[in-house]
Design a protein around this ligand. Structure first.
Ligand SMILES: Cc1cc2nc3c(=O)[nH]c(=O)nc-3n(C[C@H](O)[C@H](O)[C@H](O)COP(=O)(O)O)c2cc1C
Length: 183
C-alpha cells in the first residue's frame, strides 16, 4: 500500500476480533512508532505493549469508575453487549508515555502514535487512539501503570488499541474546510 492510500483509507477501529496479532506484526507497529520524528530527535517516548488480559480487565474497571456519565454512555454504546472497555476489547493495548519535563513530549508521542496507526493499517490491522489513561486519570491509575511498566514520572499521552478489525468502519466524516491558501 502506498503512503497516500494508507493515509486516505485508515480509520479508527472500535470492534476487534479476539485473535492476537503475531509478535512480528506488533513489532512492526512499534518500530514505526520508534521511527517517528521527535523534537531534537530526543525520542522521549516509551511504549508499553500490554497483552495481559487480566491487567486490561482491571484497568477497564478502574477507568469505568473514573469517566463521567456522558462518556460512559457513548463508550457503552460503542461496546454494545460486550460491556465497557475503553480499548474496545482489543487484544493488544500499547501505552505511549513520556516524561513531561521535555517540551516536546506530547508532540513526540502524537507523531509516534500516528505512525503506529498508519503502519497497523498498512499491514492489515485495526487501531484506535485511546485517551482515557491520560490527563488527570494518569495519576489516579499510577499503580496500574507502574505494574505494567510505565516509567515513574512519565505521563500517558495516548494509547493504541490494536488488533484485527471485526467488520467495516462506518462512513468517514466529511473533511472540514480548514485550508487557507495565501499566494
Ligand atoms: C487526540 C485524540 C484522542 C482520541 N481519543 C479517542 C478515544 O479516547 N476513544 C476513541 O474511540 N477514539 C479516540 N480518538 C479517535 C477519533 O475519534 C477519530 O480519529 C475521529 O473520530 C476520526 O475518525 P477516523 O480516525 O476513523 O478518521 C482520538 C483521536 C485523537 C487524535
Amino acid at each position: 500500500m502506498n503512503a497516500i492510500d494508507c493515509i486516505m483509507t485508515r480509520r479508527s477501529v472500535r470492534k476487534f476480533k479476539p485473535t492476537m496479532p503475531t509478535d512480528e506484526e506488533i513489532k512492526t507497529v512499534i518500530e514505526a512508532g520508534r521511527y517517528a520524528p521527535s523534537g531534537m530527535s530526543r525520542q522521549t517516548w516509551h511504549f508499553v505493549v500490554v497483552r495481559n488480559q487480566d491487567w486490561l480487565a482491571r484497568m477497564n474497571e478502574r477507568v469505568f469508575s473514573l469517566v463521567n456519565d456522558t462518556s460512559k454512555g457513548s463508550n457503552l454504546e460503542r461496546n454494545g453487549a460486550k460491556g465497557y472497555s475503553c480499548n474496545y476489547h482489543s487484544p493488544v493495548f500499547i501505552i505511549v508515555s513520556a516524561n513531561p519535563a521535555f517540551g516536546t513530549s506530547r508532540d513526540d508521542c502524537a507523531c509516534a502514535l500516528e505512525n503506529m496507526f498508519l503502519t497497523a493499517h498498512a499491514i492489515g490491522l485495526g487501531s484506535c487512539w485511546i485517551n482515557q489513561l491520560g490527563g488527570e486519570n494518569c495519576e489516579k491509575l499510577r499503580d496500574l501503570l507502574t505494574e505494567a511498566g510505565v516509567p515513574e514520572g512519565d505521563e500517558v499521552y495516548g494509547c493504541c488499541a490494536l488488533g484485527y478489525a471485526d467488520g467495516e468502519p462506518s462512513p468517514r466524516k466529511e473533511r472540514s474546510d480548514s485550508v487557507i491558501y495565501f499566494d
